[in-house]
Design a protein around this ligand. Sequence first.
Ligand code: C5P
Length: 413
Amino acid sequence: MKKILLIVGGGIAAYKACELIRLCRKAGIEVKCVLTAGGQHFVTPMTLAALSENQVYTNLFDLKDEAEMGHIQLSREADLVVVAPATADLLAKMAAGIADDLATTLLLATDKPVLAAPAMNVRMWQHTATRRNVATLRGDGVTILEPDEGPMACGEYGPGRLPEPEAILRAIQNLWEGSGEGVAAHTTVTTAPPLTPPASGRGTLTGKHILVTAGPTHEPIDPVRYIANRSSGKQGYAIAGALAALGARVTLVSGPVTLATPPGVTRIDVETAQDMANAVAQALPADAAVMVAAVGDWHVEAAAQKLKKEGGAPPTLHLSENPDILAMLAASPRRPGLVVGFAAETEQVVDHAVAKRTRKGADWIVANDVSGDVMGGEANAIHLVTADGVEHWERLPKQDVARRLAERIADAL
Ligand code: C5P
């Protein structure tokens, strides 16, 4: 059983630590809690003890029997130290190496990876001192999640809200999943402010979890260069937003794009196809999956050092095939009930899409002709290929394609 040491800092978001403990326990993770003096103003040690079913530690000098449970041992017996909420003060002390209470002493003494989920007022998060501390900590190898953006308890609006407990749990699992493969370094999780869900009933997706992939992938050639494609992510983001607007819990696994996270969507940022495949596997189970990402077909046997022009022949890139995420998902024992793939074609669009539906094991294929300005453009003319035949949709803005597809998905689930 994996173990975490959860340090609960002093902020209004401390109440969300309770839900995080519950989710971790449900996921089979043992949790031991340390509650700072500030944290005790918001939650009690007894609440955390009841939820974690473990003793809660609050005071450096309470560790009365050093031989039995010294702070060094406490900091090292877990597989991961999680700080949630990580206040501006805690981040500053961590960055400076200050150890003036139990939490900061444990953070200095630990030999385990540390993940921090910040929560603070937007101005505090944006303050140069906090930016500097976050940069220092990231440079030191601490994983710091991006806070969510939205209305804050203090009445202001902006980034600074604690990421939702589900997103923190996924980040913990991604970190473990990625260990040894360098995945976690490229994976961040953010959740956009929640939407008011529509009333449940026909045509809504309340209670459904839907996985969406979007954007391109970046396949590194060396530490500074990569291979990418022209996908903007617009269609996938519009679909994620339209599904959330119908009440679905949406996990959007996104390659590098410059778009804002649609309201109500939890977004996991990845770079490579392998990262995307791992994040998709982590996000299961799902009721449906809509794979819109333009996944790179190959990755480069990347160089550890920057390639240099040395006057001789240009370097040769050796390419290996990437996993086909859609085909793997469709064949997996954890296959979502509805698997939708996309097909970007430049000729014989429908014929290729019909063949692709069978070859990849998808239920539906949304085919589009990318010989024009679809990649990066605002509109899309699509053909929906299902087991029942082919529907031809008129050219529509990508937002309208998304809404119509989301309604079709709601009818099918
Ligand atoms: O084979 P092709 O790239 O045309 O297939 C497109 C569909 O397959 C899209 O739904 C895309 O997201 C998915 N795909 C994938 N993993 C890959 C390649 C494509 O999930 N490696």
